[in-house]
Design a protein around this ligand. Structure first.
Ligand code: CA
Length: 224
């Protein structure tokens, strides 16, 4: 879903139409107020933001988006008729992902949107580890098994992350202790076994991917 904040109705409609025609869902908003109202209900994948708007301007909106953790990661493309370098630098310094100088062609706008989505999509994928029915979101610190959320302790989460990040690699208990508990931790390697046990049972059907390598340690046996 792409949100377009643009006060000029003709341009706004054209943008939404062009994005829809390119297979992208899009909604238009005439000002910040309508945009904030919508964002509370659904977070967009990208925002096309005009700078010159009635009320709150595009720069203010961008600042607010970036300062809130719930919205700080949403990609933003700034669009403005004020095509000066100053605006451009200001926009980019505040964390805009790209910039469109008006008047811009709809084809160009769509291709910029797709390019930013590709780029930021790649960024998001790095935060997500997947194996079989298991999904771990490193940024949100969430784990789902077959789409169902499960709760892990911090150590269980770190253990899972360490194993999943290097599928097929055998980790000794000592290595896992160092990675998850820190080199200064003076616990016993049995601590690892206990955590592996609880982690495995919480993972349910996905627990079998956490394999014991007899006499050595543990390994993540990833499933497609
Ligand atoms: Ca405007």
């Amino acid at each position: 879903m792409i949100y377009c904040v643009e006060d000029e109705p003709g341009i706004r409609e054209l943008m939404v139409y062009a994005l829809n025609a390119a297979g992208l869902e899009a909604r238009g908003f005439p000002d910040g107020a309508a945009f904030w109202e919508a964002i509370r209900r659904q977070k967009p994948d990208l925002v096309l933001l005009d700078i010159m708007l009635p009320g709150e301007d595009g720069i203010e909106i961008l600042k607010r988006l970036r300062s809130n953790t719930a919205t700080s990661e949403i990609p933003v493309i700034m669009a403005t008729a004020k095509g000066t370098e100053f605006d451009k630098v200001l926009g980019l310094d505040l964390g805009a992902d790209d910039y469109l100088a008006k008047p811009f062609g709809m084809m160009e706008m769509v291709s910029r949107v797709k390019a930013v989505l590709r780029r930021t999509g790649a960024r998001e994928n790095k935060d997500i580890l997947r194996s079989g029915g298991l999904t771990v979101n490193l940024r949100e610190h969430t784990v789902t098994v077959e789409g169902k959320r499960i709760e892990l302790t911090l150590k269980e989460f770190e253990l899972l992350k360490a194993l999943m990040a290097s599928p097929g690699t055998v980790f000794t208990r000592g290595q896992l202790l160092d990675t998850v508990w820190g080199a200064a931790y003076e616990g016993e390697t049995r601590t690892v076994d206990v955590h592996v046990g609880t982690l495995r049972s919480k993972l349910g059907a996905c627990g079998e991917m956490l394999a014991t390598v007899r006499g050595v340690g543990y390994r993540w046996e990833a499933k497609p």
